[in-house]
Design a protein around this ligand. Structure first.
Ligand code: WT7
Length: 654
C-alpha cells in the first residue's frame, strides 16, 4: 500500500453556516441537536437504529435481534420480515401521497413522463408479474443494463418486490464488462432497452447485450424496453418486448416478505487488483440506512422536487434516486441526458422547468460547468433551489465556491457527502441545517457512524495529520460481503488495520485528515485506483484490457490529475518485440480499452516504454509512474527499484 501523502498546503478557513431561515425549517436544526443525536447513537448504536427502524419503516414482522456481529460479518434486524418495494410504494398508497408525483422523468430529446405513487406502484407490480411469468423466482439474480428511463427504476423495484436480487450494470460499460458481471452473478435474465439517448446519439444497448450473451450461459431471457425504436435484433425464444409481453398481465402482485438479510442487490465496483468486486447489500439495513440518510442530509420535505444526476448504474443512483427518496415518499426526478454541445445548459433548463429544490451532482460535472462559464446558468431562473449536494471525489474549494455562488445564489447550503458503494449510503456529511460547511470538507460523520483517521495500527493520528479513513462500528447500510468471495471481503476491508481496543475496523481505502474542529478532509484513494469523472476504475482492469491486445507485452496504468475529470488515465505500455510504437497503434490501443471496458476507461495518453519500473519482487512501482505522468520530479524512495536505468529511459521518452 502506498503511503499517504497530504497536501498540507490546503488551508481552508472559510466557514459557511446555514442561514437562520434554513435551520429553522430543517429536519436537524442546530449543531447542538446534531451533537445530541451523535452522542446518543454512539452510546447505544443498536438502540438508536432500532428506534429509527421502528418509526421509519414498515415491517411484516419485527426482528428479534438488532445486530449480530461476527466480525467482519454483520446481520441487522435478524429475523425481521420486510420488503423495500413495499416501503417505497405500497405504504404511501394509503396516505394522501397516493396521487403525489413519485417520479418525474425528462428524456434527452425533451419528452417527459410523470408517475404518481399509485401509477408507479401499478407499473412495478405488472413488471414483477412479467418477471415471474418468465420464471424468475425469489433469489434469482437479474441483470439490468438500461438507459436512464423510468423503466430502469421500475425494473429495480420489480426485482425487489419479488425478492430477485438485481445487478445493475452501467449502460456505458462494454459488452465484455457486462458479460463478466452477468457471469459472476450467474444472472438468469437481463432487462435492457433497444437503446438510450446520450449526447444526441443512440447508445446501442441491445447490441451490447447480444454480444455479451454469446458467452453468458446462465441468462435465459431478455426483456427489452422500447426507447429509441431503432431496428434491433430480437432472438426468438430469448428476447421479449416489454410492451408486448405486458399485455393482459395483472397488476396485482403482493410484495414478497423478505428476510432482513436476504440479498437486495449486487453492485460491481473496481478493486485495485483482479476482477471487479460484487458488493452485496441486503434488505432491511440498506432500506433503513438509505432512508434515514436521505431524509436528514437532503432535508426532504413533502413539497420538494429532488434531483440527483447520477446514473442508476452507480450506487448513488440506487440509494439516492430510487430507494432513499421513494422510501421517504419524495418526488424524485430522473434525467436521461447529459450536458452536450447542442445543449450545454440542459441541467439548468430541467431545474427551471420543474422548479427543482434539491440538486445533487458530482464535482466533475461542476468543473465541466465552470469551464463553460456563468452564462448558461445565469440565463435561467434557478431560484427554486434551496439545497445543493456533491459526491464522488474530493471537491476543490474553487469548484465549491463556484457552485455556491453561481448555482446556489449564495443562499443554498452544500452537502459534500463522502461515502462508497460499500457503505450503501452517506457516511460523512454536513446535516445542512446544523453543520457549518468549509469548502472542500465533508465535515462530520453521520449519527451512528464512528469515523476516525488512523495509522496502520489503528491508532488515531493527531489533528491535521494524514492517515487512513476508518469506521469503527458496523452500520445498517454496510456491505455484507463480496459476492461469492467472503475471504476477499475480509482481506480488502478488514485486515489492513488490526482490531484496536477490541473494535474491528473497516478500512475505506481513502486517505484523510481531521482538522481542529473535527472536520474530515478526504484526500482520495490510497491504492491504485483511478478516479475518472467520479468513477473508480481499477488499474488492473485497464491493464488487463491493454495486455489482451496482441501488440502489448506489459502495461501499467496510472492517474494523472485532470482539471475536469479529476484524473485522466495514462498508460505505460511495453510492446511485444514484433511491434513498434506509432500514433496509429496508440489510437488502436485506446480504442481497444474502450471496447473492453467502456469509454470511461479510455487512456488519455499512451506512453511506449521498453521496460517498466518494478520492485525486485516484480511489483510495478506506480508511484514513480504517477510522478512521471504528472510531469513532476520523481522523489521519494527508489531503493526497491530493480533496475534504475529504467527510470532514466522513461524520463527521456517523456
Ligand atoms: C470513493 C467511492 C459514493 C458514490 C460515488 C462513488 C471517493 C466519494 C467523496 C467525497 C471525497 C469522495 C472516495 C471513496 N469519494 N465521495 N465527498 N469526498 N472523496 O462511489 O465508486 O464507490 O467510490 O469515491 O475515494 O472511497 P464509489
Amino acid at each position: 500500500m502506498a503511503e499517504v501523502t497530504i497536501d498540507s498546503t490546503l488551508q481552508e478557513d472559510r466557514l459557511f453556516p446555514p442561514s437562520t431561515e434554513f435551520s429553522q425549517q430543517a429536519q436537524i436544526k442546530s449543531l447542538t441537536e446534531y451533537e445530541q443525536l451523535y452522542a446518543r447513537a454512539k452510546a447505544d448504536p443498536q438502540k438508536f437504529w432500532a428506534e429509527l427502524a421502528e418509526t421509519e419503516l414498515h415491517w411484516f414482522q419485527k426482528w428479534d435481534t438488532v445486530l449480530d456481529w461476527q466480525p467482519p460479518f454483520a446481520q441487522w434486524f435478524v429475523n425481521g420480515k420486510i420488503n423495500i418495494a413495499h416501503n417505497c410504494l405500497d405504504r404511501h398508497l394509503t396516505t394522501w401521497r397516493r396521487n403525489k408525483a413519485a417520479l418525474i422523468w425528462e428524456g434527452e430529446p425533451g419528452d417527459s413522463r410523470t408517475f404518481t405513487y399509485a401509477q408507479l406502484h401499478r407499473e412495478v407490480c405488472q413488471f414483477a408479474n412479467v418477471l415471474k411469468q418468465l420464471g424468475v423466482q425469489k433469489g434469482d439474480v437479474v441483470g439490468i443494463y438500461m438507459p436512464m428511463i423510468p423503466e430502469a427504476a421500475i425494473a429495480m423495484l420489480a426485482c425487489a418486490r419479488i425478492g430477485a436480487p438485481h445487478t445493475v450494470v452501467f449502460g456505458g460499460f462494454s459488452a465484455e464488462a457486462l458479460r463478466d458481471r452477468l457471469n459472476d452473478g450467474k444472472a438468469k435474465l437481463v432487462i435492457t432497452a433497444d437503446g438510450g439517448w446520450r449526447k444526441d446519439a443512440i447508445v446501442p444497448l441491445k447490441e451490447q447485450v447480444d454480444k455479451a450473451l454469446a458467452d453468458a450461459p446462465t441468462v435465459k431471457d431478455v426483456l427489452v424496453v422500447q426507447r429509441t425504436a431503432q431496428k434491433i435484433h430480437m432472438e426468438a425464444g430469448r428476447d421479449h418486448w416489454w410492451h408486448d409481453i405486458r399485455q393482459g398481465v395483472s397488476a396485482d402482485c403482493p410484495a414478497e416478505p423478505m428476510d432482513s438479510e436476504d440479498m437486495l442487490f449486487i453492485l460491481y465496483t473496481s478493486g485495485s487488483t483482479g476482477k471487479p468486486k460484487g458488493v452485496v447489500h441486503t434488505t432491511a439495513g440498506y432500506n433503513l440506512y438509505s432512508h434515514v440518510t436521505t431524509k436528514w442530509i437532503f432535508d426532504l420535505k413533502d413539497t420538494d422536487v429532488y434531483w440527483c444526476t447520477a446514473d442508476v448504474g452507480w450506487i448513488t443512483g440506487h440509494s439516492y434516486i430510487v430507494y432513499g427518496p421513494l422510501s421517504n415518499g419524495a418526488t424524485t426526478l430522473m434525467y436521461e441526458g447529459a450536458p452536450r454541445s447542442s445543449n450545454p445548459g440542459c441541467f439548468w433548463d430541467v431545474i427551471e422547468k420543474y422548479g427543482v429544490n434539491i440538486f445533487y451532482t458530482a464535482p466533475t460535472a461542476i468543473r465541466a460547468f465552470m469551464r463553460m462559464g456563468e452564462h448558461e446558468p445565469n440565463a435561467r431562473n434557478l431560484s427554486s433551489l434551496r439545497l445543493l449536494g456533491t459526491v464522488g471525489e474530493p471537491i476543490n474549494p474553487e469548484a465549491w465556491m463556484w457552485y455556491h455562488r453561481i448555482i446556489g445564489g449564495e443562499r443554498c447550503p452544500i452537502v459534500d457527502t463522502w461515502w462508497q458503494t460499500e457503505t450503501g449510503g452517506v457516511m460523512i456529511t454536513p446535516l445542512p441545517g446544523a453543520i457549518a460547511t468549509k469548502p472542500g470538507s465533508a465535515t462530520l460523520p453521520f449519527p451512528g457512524i464512528l469515523a476516525e483517521v488512523v495509522d496502520l495500527e489503528g491508532n488515531p493520528v493527531p489533528e491535521n495529520e494524514g492517515g487512513y479513513l476508518a469506521i469503527k462500528h458496523p452500520w445498517p447500510g454496510m456491505m455484507r460481503t463480496v459476492y461469492g468471495d467472503p475471504d476477499r471481503f475480509r482481506r480488502t476491508y478488514w485486515e489492513h488495520i488490526p482490531p484496536h481496543e477490541g473494535q474491528f475496523t473497516y478500512f475505506a481505502g481513502d486517505g484523510a485528515r481531521k482538522d481542529r474542529d473535527g472536520y474530515f478532509w478526504v484526500m482520495g484513494r490510497v491504492d491504485d485506483v483511478i478516479s475518472v469523472a467520479g468513477h473508480r476504475l481499477g488499474t488492473m482492469e485497464i491493464e488487463s484490457a491493454l495486455v489482451s491486445h496482441p501488440a502489448v507485452a506489459e502495461a501499467a496504468v496510472v492517474g494523472k490529475p485532470d482539471e475536469i475529470k479529476g484524473e485522466e488515465v495514462v498508460a505505460f505500455v511495453t510492446l511485444d518485440t514484433s511491434f513498434s510504437p506509432s500514433p496509429e497503434l496508440s489510437a488502436e490501443l485506446k480504442k481497444h480499452v474502450v471496447q473492453e471496458i467502456g469509454a470511461l476507461a479510455r487512456p488519455g495518453e499512451i506512453r511506449f516504454s521498453e521496460a517498466l519500473p518494478k520492485t525486485r519482487s516484480g511489483k510495478i512501482m506506480r508511484r514513480l509512474l504517477r510522478s512521471l505522468a504528472a510531469g513532476e520530479e520523481v522523489t521519494g524512495d527508489t531503493s526497491t527499484l530493480e533496475d534504475r536505468s529504467v527510470l532514466d529511459k522513461l524520463r527521456e521518452g517523456a
